[in-house]
Design a protein around this ligand. Structure first.
Ligand SMILES: [Zn+2]
Length: 349
């Protein structure tokens, strides 16, 4: 059983046993900030290791209808900040806030009409290097190379010189061998050099890929003109900030991303989402630097619901991922009770 199947089974136990309902009274908090990446029709090929990063337009629609039916208030991220600044850390109704990282073209092509239909505000977090068409979307490029080649030459320490990836199973095995090395063994700058070389060796154009997937400034400008849309900063190059040795580089990643957004879109981005956002990518140093840089709120991808105490640490706020591997309202229902996070806290602590 893979880890997603195991986690889905756990969510089912919480759901069908009634434990989740009971737990909701204690853990459901003040609502959730949802995190999305791609919103587009289901991938057509069998090998789709990044499918967790995309949900279908239908699932987004269903999720919004679900939280509305449960009495959540659809709210813009700025409105939450305003509530916190007014000392209202326990809103009357739970809130549901939608955020999308990276600025993919499908956000405008598919998600926008769903948000419009529900008059649901949303924030798109923009990384200027991506909007320039110069971002190495390495996880997506890694998938592209493996998908379109029958053999790959990784040039990574500890791995064979050449690896076969003809069938979907072989492709998945190669993915599992390469992904952790690229994500965690290479330094952040080294990782980008590696993926550019890897693409060049295997006939994939990394810039063209970025331009195909991510909105350029012109497209962002059109989306930003939508009254429901807010723009936030997502650093310049989308590095895992905690893995950059030099704090000055981290500070610049944050500040220059905001300056570029101001210059290109005429928007003051006061909100930040940390790239990747997990504990290994954004930690105490980053939380402090984001506060020093003056961001009113900064979002991680640490899993959790909104609690009143998050107002006291607004640059370390968790989110709830609308993950492509869990596109079922039953799972969303359980996650929103807070029971899985309370349980995970118990197990970890
Ligand atoms: Zn991102």
């Amino acid at each position: 059983m893979d880890k997603h199947a195991l986690f889905r089974a756990g969510l089912d136990v919480l759901h069908y046993s009634g434990i989740a309902r009971l737990a909701a009274r204690f853990f459901s908090g003040c609502g959730a900030i949802f995190m999305l990446h791609h919103v587009r029709p289901r991938p057509s090929r069998g090998f789709a290791p990044n499918a967790g990063l995309e949900v279908t337009p239908e699932f987004l629609d269903e999720a919004i209808r679900f939280v509305k039916a449960r009495g959540y208030a659809l709210m813009a991220l700025d409105e939450l900040v305003a509530l916190w600044e007014a000392g209202e850390t326990e809103p009357e109704r739970p809130v549901a806030i939608f955020t999308l990282d990276d600025g993919y073209r499908d956000n405008a092509d598919y998600a926008l009409e769903i948000f419009r239909k529900h008059a649901c505000p949303f924030t798109v977090f923009v990384a200027p290097a991506y909007a320039d068409g110069q971002g190495e979307l390495w996880w997506s490029l890694l998938e592209e190379v493996i998908a379109h080649n029958g053999r790959v030459r990784p040039a990574l320490p500890g791995l064979p010189e050449e690896m076969r990836c003809e069938s979907d199973d072989e492709k998945m095995a190669v993915w599992h061998a390469l992904y952790p090395a690229v994500r965690w063994q290479l330094g952040e700058h080294e990782q980008r050099r590696w993926i550019r070389d890897f693409c060049a060796r295997h006939g994939v154009d990394w810039q063209e890929h970025c331009q195909k997937e991510v909105m350029d400034w012109q497209a962002l400008k059109a989306l930003a003109a939508e009254p429901l849309c807010s723009i936030g900063a997502h650093t310049v190059h989308h590095y895992a900030l905690a893995r950059l040795p030099d704090a000055e580089e981290v500070r610049q990643e944050m500040e220059i991303s905001r300056a570029r957004i101001r210059q290109e879109l005429g928007i003051e981005a006061n909100t930040l989402a940390y790239p990747y956002g997990d504990a290994g990518s954004a930690d105490v140093r980053e939380f402090e630097l984001a506060a020093q840089a003056g961001f009113s709120i900064a979002l991680t991808t640490r899993k959790g619901l909104l609690q009143p105490e998050h107002a006291l640490a607004p640059t370390a706020v968790p989110r709830l991922s609308l993950n492509g591997f869990y596109q079922n309202i039953r799972y969303l229902d359980v996650l929103l009770t807070g029971a899985p996070f309370a349980l995970a806290g118990r197990l970890a602590g």
